[in-house]
Design a protein around this ligand. Structure first.
Ligand SMILES: O=C(O)CCC(=O)C(=O)O
Ligand SMILES: [Fe+2]
Length: 847
């Protein structure tokens, strides 16, 4: 179908019978093949197929049969006819809106055709794929709608030519469009294979129809995946992983086309002019210093940056992109202008910068950008990308960008659904080989914060299989992705680059929002909108435009990393109130009929009152403020971790009630909580040499750290198993205890009686001061001094840990290597009330 065809249909819906089949119509074999050919024929293909079928009937059927068939045929035709007419009516409306640029007054506020087309593709994808909560074939109706309407939206590309020498199709369209069409059909085909699966879904009815308080924090009635008791069959697992890999490839292909197109799209002049003219100003001092430290490689720069969340990654990318833009402009100006460069605005801020140096900085910034993108493979669009889309005028770019973006998002959503099943399988069968694809943090009832992080884990793991990323990189990405950045940790943080309104949000301090507990109780200018966002195919721009029907929108921000919850911020409460009234739990016409769940949201004050029963989990030991406790992240590499685990797995385990242990050097006797110093098992095994040789690193943090160690206990904790509160027996071990976490993470809590003097401040509930620290895999903890002698340590028996508002599911197992030095004489520490050596002495003394 072409715009000529569209035009004639709009002019007269009745003339469709004369319309001939378009060039792609010859793929359609029969009337029944509606889903595969419907995109061809908003109008005429139906009638031509009917005619040819009629002729065949005429030749072969008797009169009676013919009469019967004719009646049936006519009724089918009528049905199809009326559905075709309604499709045409619908398309008329859409086409009109598209031409009006969505300014239904017909005024001048409409978007450019490029943006309108881009938005139309985004909206169509949102309404067709937005509710993709299950791995199952897409309903025929949705499939044919997608195909039909996409063909209309893609049709301008049929008429684009490059006027070099002689008219020919635009190369970018010619190259990318067939690829996108292929990826599109492959994704739908993958969904089509999802029949008779070993898994199934049940609706989470708990979230529906219950009181608000019960609903609070539930999964908004989303389907919950289930697998049989004992897990999926081997065949099923294989099939699932195979399909997930295909979808992952599709994701990568769509994403790479999208990146390529965005790179080609020029930055609108008005945005370029509004950006800071100095690269250094865009970067900020720290980032500028890192780029200038030429001794560090791009990975070195990335490590120094120590990104902890998607928010900081995106912010860094925005800064780097703006700086690169400023520098490139500067070079162009310097090369083309005859005037002194010092007079142009682009050079005023960096007067001393030489051209060579700028070029070097650009190279380093681009390398760093690449590194960050590799580590965070599905970041939302950057500020400059959003601006290119918003202000771009090139229709081919707009179409290709939108099409590749929505396909990437769809692939991404499908992968997340694969992740749900993997996770469910692992939770019923911890030995499932899917464990290596398990997605900690995703889909924990009530809190879906980490879904984006968990996607990273899946991607990284898959990259691993393909040998494209080292295990080290994968694990680093996954665990850093799991954590929020320190500064953002206490609240949901908006990312300015995703904000579509107003340049004032670029590089500025980000507002922090909290969802209000009571739903309609407290008015606010900010709305927390669930089931809405880039992950469901809605750009922030589209959302802003939909919400602007109720008042001037100040900004739209992601509410969290899920990509499907946003904060819509108005200037006044009454606009927010009207939007909430109109749209909460109602289909939003401007967002493809999507049902939104809305409540008020407040900008969170910097200090929150915490629940006295929960303990703030620190990421760094220094935050806990317990003397003598130190933590070093990434103490061993991922490769070393793998080797250490393989070494202990090749040796016999000793079963305790809930966990397994191995002892080296000396045996630890749990009944007497002590070691038998007379019975040495041997030296520490050679496989721990890579750990022992790095122990002196702690000397940098704590001069008194004991580094001669002769006893090792290896503990293996299944998910959910913890360790009871204890102080390691003073008389058994010297003052420094090191514990290396491998494979899974956990939190370790510390407590000291409130009455004890060995307590630093007032973070306590009940009779104890409590502190907690997150121990990621490969981190090494040192307990020494007060922290070792006076504070009890323990691991709560949880399957998930709440770390800075992020839910982190414990892995299927955590293995710890605890190194100690066996004490040969009595303990003479400064903490006699906790010291078994000194208490014994006192007891003896009192006899
Ligand atoms: O698993 C750990 O990290 C701690 C082990 C521990 O505290 C102990 O064995 O005494
Ligand atoms: Fe211990």
């Amino acid at each position: 179908m072409t715009y000529n065809g569209l035009e004639s249909c709009i002019l007269s819906a009745n003339t469709y019978e004369d319309e001939s089949v378009t060039s792609r119509g010859d793929e359609c074999q029969t009337d029944e093949d509606d889903s595969s050919c419907s995109s061809n024929n908003v109008s005429g293909s139906l009638s031509s197929h009917s005619n040819s079928t009629m002729m065949k009937m005429d030749e072969h059927q008797s009169d009676d049969q013919w009469e019967h068939l004719e009646t049936t045929k006519q009724s089918i035709s009528k049905e199809k006819l009326s559905s075709q007419i309604s499709h045409v009516e619908m398309m008329k409306e859409k086409f009109a809106k598209l031409l009006l640029g969505e300014d239904t007054t017909g005024g001048s506020k409409g978007h450019s055709s490029a943006l309108s087309l881009s938005n139309s593709i985004t909206k169509l994808a949102a309404s067709v794929f937005g509710e993709l909560w299950k791995l199952e074939p897409l309903p025929d109706e949705k499939k044919s709608r997608w195909r039909r309407e996409m063909e209309w939206l893609l049709s301008p590309t049929n008429y684009m030519v490059e006027l070099i020498m002689r008219p020919k199709a635009r190369v970018d369209v010619h190259m990318n469009l067939p690829a996108l069409l292929k990826l599109d059909s492959m994704l739908l085909e993958t969904l089509d294979t999802m029949t008779n699966t070993g898994f199934w879904y049940e609706e989470d009815n708990q979230a529906e129809g219950k009181s608000k308080s019960v609903k609070e924090g539930k999964r908004w009635g989303l389907p919950i995946p289930h697998v049989p008791i004992g897990g999926l069959s081997g065949e099923e697992r294989k099939k699932l992983l195979y399909q997930a890999k295909i979808v992952h490839q599709i994701f990568k292909a769509a994403k790479s086309i999208n990146e390529h197109i965005l790179l080609e799209m020029p930055l609108p002049k008005i945005i370029g002019e509004a950006l800071p003219k100095s690269g250094k100003a865009s970067l900020g001092d720290d980032l500028y210093r890192i780029l200038n430290t030429t001794s560090s490689s791009s990975t070195g720069m990335l490590n120094i940056l120590n990104l902890k969340s998607e928010h900081t990654a995106l912010d860094t990318i925005n800064r780097l992109e703006a700086a690169v833009y400023a520098w490139k402009e500067r070079i162009v100006i310097q090369k083309t202008t005859t005037k002194s460069p010092a007079r142009t605005p682009w050079s005023l801020k960096d007067p001393s910068m030489e051209l060579d140096k700028i070029e070097l900085l650009i190279v380093r910034a681009e390398l760093l950008l690449q590194q960050i993108r590799n580590r965070y493979p599905n970041l939302p669009q950057t500020f400059l990308d959003v601006m290119k889309i918003q202000y771009g005028k090139d229709i081919a770019y707009a179409i290709l960008e939108a099409y590749s973006r929505v396909l990437g998002n769809l692939a991404f959503n499908i992968l997340t659904r694969f992740g749900d099943i993997c996770q469910e399988d692992v939770s019923v069968d911890p030995n499932s080989p899917m464990a290596m694809y398990s997605l900690p943090g995703v889909k924990i009832t009530g809190i879906c914060i980490s879904s984006v992080s968990s996607r990273h884990i899946l991607f990284d793991k898959m990259n691993n299989i393909e040998g494209k990323l080292s295990l080290l990189k994968a694990e680093k990405a996954s665990y850093t992705a799991c954590l929020s950045d320190d500064t953002n940790a206490d609240s949901v943080t908006a990312t300015p680059s995703r904000c579509c309104i107003g340049k004032e949000n670029f590089h500025m301090g980000m507002p922090k929002f909290a969802r209000l507990k009571g739903v309609h109780e407290e008015l606010s200018c900010n709305l927390y909108v669930a089931n809405c966002g880039p992950a469901v195919g809605l750009t922030l721009d589209c959302i802003a435009s939909a919400f602007s029907a109720y008042g001037t929108v100040k900004g739209v921000y992601p509410a969290d990393e899920s990509g499907c919850r946003v904060i819509v911020s108005y200037y006044d409460e009454s606009s927010a109130q009207s939007a909430l009234k109109a749209l909460d739990k109602n289909p939003c016409h401007d967002l493809g009929g999507r049902f939104l769940h809305i409540r008020y949201s407040v900008e969170r004050p910097p200090c929150q009152v915490r629940d006295p029963d929960t303990v703030q989990v620190s990421l760094k030991a220094s935050e806990m403020n317990i003397p003598g406790i130190y933590l070093i992240h990434d103490f061993v590499s991922a490769q070393e971790e793998e080797q250490l685990l393989a070494a202990v797995d090749a040796r016999p385990w000793h079963n305790l009630a809930k966990r397994r242990v191995q002892h080296y050097g000396y045996e630890f006797c749990y009944d007497i909580r002590n070691v038998n110093t007379q019975q040495k098992l041997g030296d520490l095994p050679s496989f721990v040499e890579c750990i022992i040789e790095k122990i002196p690193l702690f000397r940098k943090l704590h001069e008194a750290a004991d580094i001669s160690l002769d006893q090792l206990t290896v503990n293996e904790y299944p998910a959910g198993v913890g360790l009871s509160p204890h102080i390691d027996t003073h008389s058994a071990f010297e003052g420094s205890i090191y514990s290396l976490s491998l494979s899974g993470s956990c939190i370790m809590e510390f407590r000291a009686s409130v009455g004890d003097r060995y307590m630093n401040n007032s973070d306590y509930s009940s009779n104890y001061a409590r502190k907690a620290i997150y121990l990621p895999p490969r981190s090494m903890l040192l307990l020494s001094g007060e922290g070792r002698y006076a504070w009890q340590h323990y691991i709560p028996h949880h399957k998930v840990d709440m770390v800075k508002d992020t839910v982190i599911r414990r892995g299927s197992r955590r293995v710890s290597f605890t190194f100690r030095k066996v004490r040969k004489g009595p303990c003479k520490c400064d903490y006699p009330q906790f010291c078994d050596s000194q208490q014994v002495k006192q007891e003896i003394g009192s006899y």
